[in-house]
Write a protein that binds this ligand. Structure first.
Ligand code: NI
Length: 135
């Protein structure tokens, strides 16, 4: 169900918001505001103690680096309960790209992501945090 509400706001902020909307291709202010609110809610969920969420972790690594593939696989088995799906792409002769979909306690996801990203030989990566019950 949709509810309408009025907002009083400084002209300069609204102008900047409209420029943001245009730049990002939103059809109207309502849709942009909904997305900004959801993004903030997700951010809050990740800060809460004992929260649960979903995330994707992207990793790029050189598979020929010494024992790296084994180390990453060992870590993934250690956090097996968190990882619900993985995608592996052989990027070129040396590099692999992996995307792990994780679901569970935010604390555990952050810890697993930190260990995986900090593993020697991982060239780049990023954790994208989202919510499991977005409204
Ligand atoms: Ni590969």
């Amino acid at each position: 169900m949709l509810e309408r509400f009025g907002v009083s706001i400084e002209k300069k902020i609204l102008e900047r918001f409209d420029a943001y909307i245009k730049k990002h291709g939103y059809q109207n202010r309502s849709e942009a505001l909904r997305d900004l609110m959801r993004d903030k809610f997700v951010e809050e969920e990740w800060k809460e103690e004992g929260g649960e969420a979903v995330a994707t972790l992207t990793l790029v690594y050189n598979h020929s680096a010494r024992q790296l593939s084994e180390k990453l696989t060992d870590l993934q088995h250690e956090y097996g309960a968190l990882i619900i799906s993985t995608l592996h792409v052989h990027l070129n002769h040396h590099d692999c790209l992996e995307v792990l979909v994780m679901k569970g306690p935010t604390k555990d996801i952050k810890q697993a992501a930190s260990y995986l990203l900090a593993t020697k030989g991982v060239k780049h990566g990023k954790l994208v945090k989202t919510g499991k019950e977005l409204i």
